[in-house]
Design a protein around this ligand. Structure first.
Ligand code: ACO
Length: 324
């Protein structure tokens, strides 16, 4: 017998205000054509001042708990992936914990930028596998727009805000790839690329919040290579062929990165969940947002095999293979 983490509920939450490329063109020297051609992004949601990361996280968490039929008091663990916490400390996860009415267990944040959700999922999965938690809430939530330099058109058009969440429950499996739940997670990082995608502020560096800075083409190149490697690694570890996958649910950074990765896996476009056109890059929130959408509209069905993969600043990258 092998302990598995089964995803029993998922939820999403987006800020109220959608901002199209045409809206951006009023204040940024850019064009809809440039953004769509280079990234596939047509619109994104931008949080208003009164919408914080915790608000989005709580919205997504409530939906996920409702779908799972799990009361917050039953949760042993909340892991929240974010690069844009409400405050430098405490962990935004503890704010979510209080709002949900969970008074026991533990709650903390994980920081791996765009790979944050995969990292958080892996952490929660390991807690469950080790028997230290039976029921866990994993959230990816961002108000990434707070980090944008609206005078830097090479970055400000790419990102958006939002949140997604999943509820995990311990369940005994056989240890084989036919089990429901998280079949494997693989995490990687390479800090030599720290300043290829980073924020030029921080409490210890210069007491500021800072803005996103990125070497776009370098990031692009690394992303396609690393994401393909991560996908191959997940398949090999489980003895599964790409053709057996039902859905590729990638981090939504850029449609061209997603298509290049899918091509290498020979995954047809119909089996790839795409939300970047409407959400932009929502960092740690993008995978659970895409998953939540594909579950809500009935694309993802019980028993489907899903490959989740992401890459982000650090660089960090990784994958999770999940049977729904
Ligand atoms: N609107 C109009 N023109 C622009 C814009 C804009 N928003 N931004 C840049 N340009 C111009 C540049 O000034 C440049 O003009 P020039 O040739 O006159 O100097 C021209 O467009 C080309 O600029 P490049 O930076 O070379 O454009 P590139 O084709 O590399 O595309 C992009 C840039 C979209 C950022 C690309 O490099 C990319 O997708 N990188 C991946 C980055 C990414 O997705 N990061 C997300 C986080 S990482 C992750 O999640 C995996």
């Amino acid at each position: 017998m092998t302990m598995r983490s089964v995803i029993v509920g998922c939820g999403t939450c987006l800020p109220r205000r959608a901002v199209s490329n045409h809206d951006l063109m009023k204040t940024v020297d850019t064009s809809d054509e440039w953004i769509v051609q280079r990234t596939g992004i047509r619109s994104r949601y931008i949080a208003d001042e009164d919408e914080k990361t915790s608000d989005l996280a709580i919205g997504a968490a409530r939906q996920a708990l409702a779908m799972a039929g799990v009361d917050a008091e039953r949760l042993d663990l909340i892991v929240l992936a974010t690069t844009t916490p409400d405050h430098t400390f405490p962990a935004t996860a503890t704010k979510v914990q209080a709002a949900l009415g969970m008074t026991g267990g533990m709650a903390f944040d994980v920081q791996a930028v765009c790979s944050g959700f995969i990292y958080a999922l892996a952490v929660a999965d390991n807690f469950i596998r080790l028997g230290q938690a039976r029921t866990a809430l994993v959230i990816g939530a961002e108000t990434f727009s707070r980090l944008l330099d609206w005078n830097d058109r090479t970055t400000c058009v790419l990102f958006g805000d939002g949140a997604g969440a999943v509820v995990l429950e311990a369940s005994e499996g056989t240890g084989a790839a036919g089990d429901r739940g998280i079949l494997s997670t693989h995490l990687h990082s390479d800090g030599r690329h720290y300043d290829m995608l980073w924020v030029d502020g921080g409490p210890s560096a210069n007491r500021t919040i800072g803005h996103v800075r990125m070497a776009g083409q370098e990031v692009f190149r690394h992303a396609v290579t690393r994401l393909s490697e991560a996908a191959e690694e997940a398949l090999a570890a489980n003895g599964i062929k790409a053709a057996e996958l039902d859905w590729l649910i990638p981090h939504q950074a850029n449609q061209r990165i997603i298509e290049a990765t899918a091509r290498r896996l020979k995954m047809p476009a119909e089996k790839t969940v795409l939300t970047v056109d409407r959400h932009g890059n929502t960092s740690a929130a993008s995978i659970p947002l895409a998953l939540g959408e594909a579950v809500a509209d009935g694309r993802v069905k019980r028993g489907d095999l899903l490959l989740l993969e992401a890459m982000g600043g650090g660089f960090t990258w990784g994958s999770a293979l999940v049977r729904w």
